[in-house]
Ligand binder design. Structure first.
Ligand SMILES: Nc1ncnc2c1ncn2[C@@H]1O[C@H](COP(=O)(O)OP(=O)(O)O)[C@@H](O)[C@H]1O
Ligand SMILES: [Mg+2]
Length: 229
């Protein structure tokens, strides 16, 4: 569903992603784990076309999207929940979700989005900036789902979220995968969250994948050792 081959990304002269290869099957959840500064956000931004890649292939379904504009990648089925959520504080909850509808041609928020996130229905007329961190994360996910993606990218969704809510978020993301059948790539530093939801874990260090394991039979200590400073 998502295929990445030999992806290289640079900021000016400085290359930070050095030839990544990985793929997501339909309905698969993959966690990409690594410490701060290892290249998780750069990878996500390059998949979305926010930061250009210098070399490589990116395919969504069968469509090659490398080099094309972000909005066309969204139309091809890619959706993105950025690190820090980046919701529109001054806009209402409903308006925030509606910004995700642009590529679908729909004019109102589909009911199933409010079924997944009942709190957003309750708060649909409130300003985004007045929501708690956990509610803003739900809003950012709802906005991404409004474009009816095939592949959902989430960049460190647990950052700044209370542990009790993190558990619930893992359950919701699994439910989204089960009900909507999409593939999810999630970057994370919290191992327990990744193990709650991911089918497979990749570890990124300095822009390279240094470890890969299915959740079944994963060596948790080894993955944890990559994440400790
Ligand atoms: N806009 C930028 N310009 C130059 N270097 C950057 C920029 N953003 C990130 N970097 C560098 O790229 C590397 C990877 O950063 P990033 O992708 O943000 O990592 P992570 O999300 O894993 O914390 C780091 O060395 C960081 O300093
Ligand atoms: Mg980051």
């Amino acid at each position: 569903m998502l295929a990445v081959e030999n992806l290289h990304v640079s900021y000016g002269q400085s290359e930070v992603i050095h030839g990544l290869d990985f793929a997501l099957k339909p309905g698969e959840i993959v966690a990409i784990m690594g410490r701060n500064g290892m290249g998780k956000t750069t990878l996500m931004k390059s998949l979305m076309g926010i930061v250009p890649s210098t070399r490589g292939v990116i395919r969504i379904g069968g469509t090659e999207v490398e080099g094309i504009e972000s909005y066309r990648r969204v139309a091809a089925g890619l959706a993105y929940v950025p690190q820090g959520r980046m919701i529109f504080s001054a806009m209402t909850v409903k308006e925030n979700i509606e910004t995700g509808l642009t590529v679908t041609g729909e004019t109102s928020v589909p009911d199933h989005i409010y079924e997944l996130f009942p709190v957003l229905l309750e708060m649909k007329s409130r300003r985004g900036g007045n929501l708690s961190g956990g509610q803003q994360q739900q809003l950012a996910i709802a906005r991404a789902l409004a474009s009816k993606p095939k592949v959902l990218l989430l960049d460190e969704p647990t950052e700044g979220i209370q542990p009790s809510i993190i558990k619930e978020m893992a359950r919701t993301l699994c439910r989204i995968r089960d009900e909507m059948g999409l593939s999810i790539l999630v970057s994370e530093q919290v191992l327990s969250f990744a193990l709650d939801m991911a089918d497979r874990v990749l570890v990124i260090e300095k822009g390279e994948i240094v470890h890969e394991s299915a959740r079944q039979g994963i060596d948790e200590q080894k993955v944890a050792s990559f994440l400790s400073v």
